[in-house]
Design a protein around this ligand. Structure first.
Ligand SMILES: Cc1cc2nc3c(=O)[nH]c(=O)nc-3n(C[C@H](O)[C@H](O)[C@H](O)COP(=O)(O)OP(=O)(O)OC[C@H]3O[C@@H](n4cnc5c(N)ncnc54)[C@H](O)[C@@H]3O)c2cc1C
Length: 394
């Protein structure tokens, strides 16, 4: 593939850069990061709406459904500029997960009803896959959906449901048959979170934030028209979604941005009379992770190029997931080493700048939440099994 920039690409880069610099509210983003109440939905939706109005909210979607039609180089430029400025990626559950499932496997009514509201961020989605007894072994899920007339009656529990507290809709894997092989008795159902019988319980994570939840279903009535594709065939649609999820999980642009900030802070931070960046051990760790990131970036570009030529992301997305999350964790460990005790001192309600380290709070949050990166989207151990089976054939 060719990633040399043409004059048109450079003009596009300038347009993206100007748009981001003028439209993204950097002050608001900083306040949101330090906001313990966790009420950041409105800030996220406001930014996503700006991207939507510009026509840039869904670069990965086919043009007919609202995608940008960008070349692979343009998508790369967009991601690089976003990462360089530290702008968060759009929330994936609608745009990168259920959206592609609906335009690939849904019927015309479902496309018309759901896709426009996903693009405009008028509907917030969450993912109801995992259950207390079904994470890595997802096909063991027990949440049941029994057809009664024109409705499914759903009973059961989902867990680790990110952002369910904000969600208008949840896409769920439910068991519709116990008679056949466990992967075959699963269906893919879209459930309105306002339906009677749905309740959400918060789970507070080690970083002190509320993004995770339990979602409980008690005799929830779901109209049959909310079934994607065929009953009992949901496993096929669920797997397609997981491959997309893992392909997008490498977070190269975000790691690049975090690495750049790390270098800046390490150059400014003095220890023993010299900047930490000059410390040979720190330098060695930094160059190790930077080399790995560069290699990952090219692997991701190869995967994007094959997708641009009509290919589907394959088992290589498991590789992107493993390396991407390991690199993210390695960078966050170096950042925490750099801020040392200041990361802990900011646990209270101190002004983040008061101790002279306004980056310490982000370092702590990134480090703690980053522990989860090798678990969600399918744990890294399980991804190694996928590579062993699908790539190495063992
Ligand atoms: C921050 C966060 C956000 C999440 N968000 C969502 C969400 O929005 N929606 C959703 O549905 N789920 C979500 N999850 C759940 C996530 O997908 C599961 O946690 C994950 O699939 C692992 O399942 P489990 O937690 O049940 O662990 P288990 O499957 O019980 O695994 C426990 C340990 O055993 C290892 N293990 C299990 N099986 C094997 C095997 N065959 N070979 C080798 N090792 C194995 C695992 O790697 C892990 O270390 C989220 C999780 C986290 C941490």
């Amino acid at each position: 593939m060719d990633v040399k920039f043409t004059n048109d690409d450079l003009a596009f880069r300038d347009e993206v850069r100007t748009f981001f610099e003028e439209q993204f509210d950097f002050d608001l983003a900083k306040r949101v990061l330090n906001d313990k109440s966790g009420d950041y939905k409105s800030a996220i939706v406001a930014w996503q709406k700006k991207l939507y109005e510009k026509g840039w909210i869904a670069p990965g979607w086919p043009v007919e459904y609202g995608g940008t039609g960008w070349t692979i180089t343009q998508r790369y430029i967009f991601e690089c500029e976003r990462g360089r400025l530290g702008i968060p990626d759009a929330v994936p559950f609608g745009l990168k997960m259920v959206g592609p499932v609906i335009y690939t496997f849904g019927n015309e009514q479902q496309k018309e009803k759901f896709l426009p509201r996903i693009l405009s961020s008028d509907d917030w989605w969450c993912q109801g896959y995992s259950e207390p007894g079904a994470g890595s072994d997802l096909a063991s899920l027990q949440t049941s959906a029994e057809l009664e007339g024109e409705n499914y009656i759903v009973n059961g529990q989902k867990v680790w449901t990110t952002f369910a507290q904000f969600a208008d809709w949840i896409f769920c894997l439910v068991r519709t048959s116990k008679e056949i092989r466990k992967q075959q008795g699963i269906s893919f159902l879209l459930i309105d979170m306002k339906s009677p019988g749905v309740s959400v319980k918060p789970i507070i994570t080690i970083d002190g934030k509320h993004s995770l939840n339990e979602v409980l279903f008690e005799n929830v009535k779901v109209p049959i028209e909310n079934l994607i594709g065929e009953q009992d065939k949901g496993w096929t649609y669920a797997k397609a979604l997981l491959i997309h999820e893992r392909a997008g999980i490498a977070e190269v642009a975000d790691s690049r941005s975090n690495l750049n900030s790390l270098k800046l802070h390490a150059a400014a931070e003095i220890s023993g009379g010299a900047p930490i960046l000059a410390d040979p051990v720190f330098q060695m760790r930094l160059s190790d992770v930077e080399t790995e990131l560069m290699a990952l970036e090219y692997t991701e570009l190869r995967a994007l190029a094959s997708m641009a030529e009509g290919g589907m992301p394959g088992p290589e997305s498991s590789f992107l997931k493993i390396k991407g999350t390991e690199i993210r964790q390695a960078i966050s460990e170096l950042a925490l080493q750099l801020v040392a005790y200041y990361g802990g001192a900011l646990e209270g309600n101190l002004d983040p700048g008061a101790l002279g380290h306004d980056f310490a709070s982000k370092a702590r949050v990134d480090y703690m939440y980053g522990r989860a990166a090798s678990i969600y989207g399918g744990s890294n151990e399980v991804q190694r099994n996928v590579i062993a089976k699908m790539v190495l054939g063992v």
